[in-house]
Design a protein around this ligand. Sequence first.
Ligand code: AMP
Length: 290
Amino acid sequence: MEIVHTIQWMKELAKDALVNERALGFVPTMGALHEGHFSLVREAKRKCSPVVVSIFVNPKQFGPSEDLKKYPRTFEADRDALASLGVDVLFAPTPEEMYPAGFSTSVSVKGLSDRWEGRARPGHFDGVTTVVLKLFEIVQPRVAFFGRKDAQQARLVRQMVSDLNLSTEIELCPIVREPDGLALSSRNVYLSSDDRRAALAISRALDACRKSISSGEWDVARLLTTMRGILEAEPRLTIDYAEIVDADSFEPVRVIRGNCYALIAVKVGTTRLIDNAYIEPEGGAFRVVL
Ligand code: AMP
């Protein structure tokens, strides 16, 4: 596996792949890699060659009071794991390489980036779309792989790709969970054992939503009462939002009709966690994927 720190060299490698008509697959990450990231890498390996993974803790997507400084950084372990998965190139630029003095451009997907995560974390999504556009331009991927764990982020990236006529195809991969249901996240390392136990209420609430929908409850107000009841019963959790939204517009819906997401964002102590379930029509009813 080649480790690349400069944009110039990464562009050279990307050009080689283009010239040789190879389908370059790309997995952007912030490191502190876990099975969720590895599932994206495996999918990229199945569909593409070469595979490039980036590790870049993007300062522009952290708010001033967020965890940029203490965000977990485990470069050596990440590098070894990616090498053993057969990744071809690890692109790990420094913040100065990505944002030299004088950097002044921001990419903003209007509307979609104001809701939910965008409202809770002002400027976050502009940081995400700015870095993703830069990374796409540097890596020139045929396909980029994103996790459904960050459903709103993936939706925004798709909008940007469509609006700006980018040539990269976006693949969305399922959420990887611990055996007890907790969605894997680099931020789970912040959780104390009590926090971790409390955090299980998130997947329990999504699972209860799934069961209600399977038994024919499509009224969103009643589904939300069930979900919020489970979250509120856990004193260590504070709900930021628990909503059911249209999978395309991310606007709240009143009745489950088409593709939707049940979205949850909570704080457990000082750690903010997000999770979701994907709801899709199937044979006159709905299938809910956690
Ligand atoms: P991050 O390093 O948190 O920026 O995440 C990099 C990519 O991994 C994003 O596309 C995330 O959606 C994805 N990802 C993070 N956690 C999971 C998970 N538990 N399952 C699937 N994908 C994930």
